[in-house]
Design a protein around this ligand. Structure first.
Ligand SMILES: N[C@@H](CCC(=O)N[C@@H](CS)C(=O)NCC(=O)O)C(=O)O
Length: 202
């Protein structure tokens, strides 16, 4: 399978962590694909008209996107503990946590784009800051339940979002005031799958 990939995309990292956790990483051929919101990549558009990575191309040529869909597909390729639980009691809370982590990532990427514009919109910057703080506070409150749940796609999305905050928003110092989720993130960062996929500056 071909994965449109970049070493610094936090959404690609979600897929790579899932691939390591499910033991299918060797089945992926990672193809470096450069994307930018303002510069559609003509080589990617036939596989993903939305111009986003990660995009997975199956052996029969059919594409899969976005990161959550790809992770759920990879989860069907192994017999081990599932990243996407089927038991309704844990499934819906897991999917909501995945939405929280992925949504926080979306927010951080939009925020970064806005603050790098020549004339950023202050109302947008202020709104991103409010939502970011609300998300961190929600994670802090939910940490005991997150810790008590078997590792899954919710943990992957939340872990990738917090690592991305470290990478691009070190100035925010997100750990301050959020000691519980910070302690959880420290243990997430020690997982072999997280260590193997860490995003670093070139
Ligand atoms: N919802 C998508 C988001 C993926 C995403 O935003 N990827 C960024 C790179 S980190 C991208 O491809 N941006 C290019 C663009 O938006 O045109 C997913 O979960 O896969």
């Amino acid at each position: 399978m071909k994965l449109h990939w970049s070493p610094r995309s936090p959404f690609v990292r979600k897929v790579m962590i899932a691939a390591h956790e499910t033991g299918v990483v060797d089945r992926l051929t990672c193809v470096r694909t450069v994307v930018a919101m303002t510069a559609p990549n003509a080589a990617l558009l036939p596989d993903n008209p939305l111009n986003k990575i990660p995009t997975l191309v199956l052996d029969d040529g059919s594409p899969l996107y976005d990161s959550g869909v790809i992770c759920e597909y990879l989860d069907t390729l192994h017999e081990g503990p599932k990243l996407f639980p089927t038991d309704p009691k844990t499934r819906w809370v897991t999917l909501r946590r995945h939405a929280l982590g992925s949504g926080l990532l979306d927010l951080l990427i939009l925020w970064r784009n806005e603050r790098e514009r020549p004339q950023p919109s202050q109302p947008h910057l202020d709104a991103y800051a409010v939502k970011y703080r609300a998300a961190l506070n929600a994670l802090e409150v939910e940490t005991p339940a997150i810790v008590a749940t078997p590792f899954g796609i919710g943990h992957i999305a939340i872990g990738c979002a917090l690592s991305y905050a470290d990478f691009r928003f070190a100035d925010l110092g997100w750990r301050k005031g959020h000691p519980k989720i910070a302690a959880w993130h420290a243990s997430f960062a020690q997982r072999p799958s997280a260590k193997a996929t860490e995003i670093v500056e070139d």
